[in-house]
Ligand binder design. Structure first.
Ligand code: C2E
Ligand code: CA
Ligand code: CA
Ligand code: CA
Length: 279
């Protein structure tokens, strides 16, 4: 189960009871993790609902702690955000994802768009688009093969600045997604304001489409509205064939989920890419 930041802190250094020291020590561990290569990326395919072909992937960070083993991003991202280490972490992820993607392109696989997640405080920086531009030119990745996922929540925190940054990114040729859509406080009509290409419907709604009539209606409404704004919809957390059937019937464009694949290490992602070539 997911722990929040505070629970993790008490788990992390039970003998200490001053939160501030605990935060500092975890911050140190995280910084060390970045510099000592304890972080890695897993990749989850994005799949075309109609054809069943892979049409892209999302990079998801993993932390292999030397003593504590695998720590999931749900546990350390909130602390990275609180301590500011998120800047280094998100930079590392972006650079690593771009590098890996260019490696696959150089090996001759058909290029697939790679999506990275960005935290609220990063997307709100005025120089964020500039940073992305620099990492793209450093790694030689064509901007059209990069996608940036911004959560609905972070856009709602500072909407005007976020929209400006998104416009700059779009001008670079990078694709944009609104992540975890439906969980925040924006209304559907906000979609018109966002310069985005994709809308990712949060898995909480997708999981309910077969059993909760209201979830099914919400998902249908999101798909229809996105369509009116020429935004493509990605359904998250698809675990069952029947859910895929629902998405097909309602003309959702893409999906991600355990039904096709969990997030996998680079070598396994590469084997998906090599199979696709043989179709
Ligand atoms: P997210 O961006 O919404 O990513 C989707 C999460 O759902 C991933 O968890 C993925 O493993 C999981 N998932 C995918 N398909 C299924 C499914 O069919 N069933 C279920 N139950 N789960 C599924 P993960 O990898 O643990 O990541 C959790 C969150 O951590 C992400 O949510 C994202 O918000 C954040 N995160 C991950 N990597 C990064 C990163 O590099 N930077 C930042 N800022 N945040 C990240
Ligand atoms: Ca995401
Ligand atoms: Ca999501
Ligand atoms: Ca989510």
């Amino acid at each position: 189960s997911k722990m929040n930041g505070r629970q993790l802190l008490s788990f992390y250094k039970p003998e200490m009871n001053r939160d501030y020291n605990q935060l500092l020590s975890l911050e140190g561990d995280l910084r060390e993790a970045i510099s000592k290569n304890q972080l890695s990326l897993y990749y989850q395919p994005k799949v075309d609902v109609r054809t069943g072909y892979i049409s892209g992937m999302e990079a998801l960070v993993r932390w292999k702690h030397p003593e504590k083993g695998m720590i999931s991003p749900g546990e350390f991202i909130p602390i990275a955000e609180e301590t500011g280490v998120i800047t280094q972490l998100d930079d590392w992820v972006l650079r690593e994802a771009c590098k890996q993607s260019q490696v696959w392109i150089d090996r001759g696989y058909a290029p697939e768009r790679i999506a990275v997640n960005v935290s609220a405080r990063e997307i709100q920086r005025r120089d964020y688009a500039e940073k992305v531009r620099n990492i793209l030119s450093e790694t030689l990745l064509d901007p059209r093969y990069l996608e940036i996922e911004v959560t609905e929540d972070s856009v709602m925190q500072n909407t005007e600045q976020c929209i400006r940054t998104m416009q700059d990114l779009r001008a670079l040729g990078v694709s944009l997604s609104i992540d975890d859509f439906g969980t925040g406080y924006s209304s559907l009509s906000y979609l018109r304001e966002f310069p985005i290409h994709y809308l990712k419907i949060d898995q909480a709604f997708i999981k309910g489409v077969l059993t909760e009539p209201s979830d099914a209606e919400i998902v249908k409404a999101m798909i229809q509205l996105a369509d009116a704004f020429q935004i493509e919809v990605v359904a998250e957390g698809v675990e069952r064939e029947e859910v895929l059937g629902f998405l097909r019937e309602n003309e959702c464009s893409y999906y991600q989920g355990y039904h096709f694949s969990k997030p996998v290490p680079a070598e396994e992602m590469e084997s998906y890419l090599s199979k696709k070539e043989k179709y």
